[in-house]
Ligand binder design. Structure first.
Ligand SMILES: Cc1ncc(COP(=O)(O)O)c(C=O)c1O
Length: 399
């Protein structure tokens, strides 16, 4: 049908990139028995004690609005959790540093709405989950992407000189996701210090997307290096986080923002005009998840680590593939030598072989030639996926 309103939607919205992951998923709609590894979603249902907390809240009749910034108890619980995870006398974290949000992606949108004026310069490090690159564009920001550099020996590496050169004094915001979706690339403490010093000098805000900070596969660390470990209370630092991954709560749509109290307090107005608040029974579930969820996180880390190793080993046996194990997050982002159209390849994998993977090009131009596989899955399902993928790749994508 001809567009009856040719001036709508806004130009900024017209120019948003449609998700190539969705494009592949749409090609699979209606096909029975597709094995979906395309989205970042654990295959396990939320633990019972968390679901029980939501049921109990509903049974108590907690069906009303809450404070825009979330229930005081939950904000205090998140503050204590973060203080314990990132002990730093220069950056005390209290309830007034926390806003509860309706998911991680909502947290990112709210932070962007609070910080970005039209034409502001925003810098992202890619390959990256497309939402971070597109959200600032809704607000008419000028987004510049700095690509990580890949070589088969070292994997994805940040070229610090290139990032610092992009972080010009007129940059408003840098968005960093570490551990990273899709590559698993993780900032080191030294890299964070260099970025923090530079941003301090030029008054640039840092928005750290910490969705995967607990999904690290190290024998010694229970969390990825965080800007919170090294920052001061005066720093322009915001962290966006989510209950989705570490506590297996994707469908609940609950997250938070942590930052300076002077940033959080006015955020209440923006939340009022977006969602007004997160549902109370969902907030109650989130509170119990944090209070009693250490074992859930420990088990999830273990399970995902085994799944990662299993998948990387299997992929490594396929000729023409390089699949080094990522240090964090829940994806293997692997190169298929000679592959030039990852979108087309992933569509073929769905339609001809019943396996759903995400095309590397969805995460930035430098992701072309790669494919992302979410390994948050049980072994039998991964094995069936590997069998289907092996059939799909034979004769295709190899140089
Ligand atoms: C890097 C990153 N940040 C944030 C999110 C947000 O998750 P949610 O909106 O489910 O809380 C995701 C989800 O895939 C992600 O990959």
């Amino acid at each position: 049908m001809k567009n009856a309103f040719p001036t709508l939607p806004r130009v900024a919205v017209q120019s948003l990139r449609a998700s190539k992951i969705r494009e592949v998923a749409n090609a699979g709609i209606g096909r029975a028995a597709v094995l979906p590894f395309w989205f970042g979603e654990p295959d396990e249902v939320t633990p019972q004690f968390i679901r029980d907390a939501a049921s109990a809240s509903l049974a108590r009749g907690e069906t009303f609005y809450s404070h825009n910034l979330g229930l005081a108890e939950l904000r205090a619980t998140i503050a204590s959790y973060l203080s314990a995870l990132h002990p730093n006398p220069s950056l005390p974290i209290a309830m007034d540093n926390i806003a509860v949000t309706s998911s991680g992606v909502n947290a990112l949108s709210l932070a962007a709405q609070a910080l970005i004026d039209p034409q502001d310069r925003v810098v992202c490090v890619t390959p990256l989950w497309p939402n971070l690159v597109e959200i600032p564009k809704i607000l008419s920001a000028q987004v510049e992407c700095v690509a990580l550099e890949f070589d088969a020996l070292h994997g994805w590496q940040l070229n610090m000189d290139r990032l610092l050169a992009a972080l010009t004094p007129n940059t408003r915001l840098v968005m960093l996701n570490s551990p990273n979706n899709p590559t698993g690339w993780t900032l080191t403490r030294d890299e964070q210090q260099t970025i923090l010093d530079h941003c301090r000098k030029h008054g640039i805000w840092i928005l750290a997307d910490d969705a995967y900070e607990r999904l690290v596969y190290s024998d010694t660390e229970r969390c990825a290096p965080s800007f919170f470990d090294i920052a001061h209370a005066q720093d322009r630092l915001i962290s966006a986080n989510t209950f989705s991954k570490s506590w297996l709560m994707t469908g609940w749509r609950l997250g938070w923002l942590a930052g300076p109290a002077s940033f959080i307090e006015p955020l209440g107005k923006i939340i009022e005009y977006n969602t007004s608040c997160a549902p109370v029974f969902v907030q109650r579930a989130g509170q119990v998840a944090i209070e009693q969820g250490d074992a859930v996180i420990a088990r999830t880390q273990q399970r995902f680590r085994a799944a990662r190793d299993h998948l990387c080993q299997a992929l490594g046996k396929i000729e023409g593939l390089a699949a080094p194990a990522p240090p964090g997050a829940m994806y293997v982002f692997f190169e298929c030598h000679g592959l030039t159209d990852s979108l087309e390849f992933c569509k073929q994998l769905v339609t001809e072989h019943g396996i759903g993977l995400a095309p590397g090009a969805a995460f930035g131009d430098e992701g072309e030639g790669f494919v992302r596989w979410c390994f948050a899955s049980e072994t039998a399902r991964l094995d069936e996926g590997i069998a289907r993928f092996t059939k799909g790749i034979s004769g295709k994508g190899k140089g």
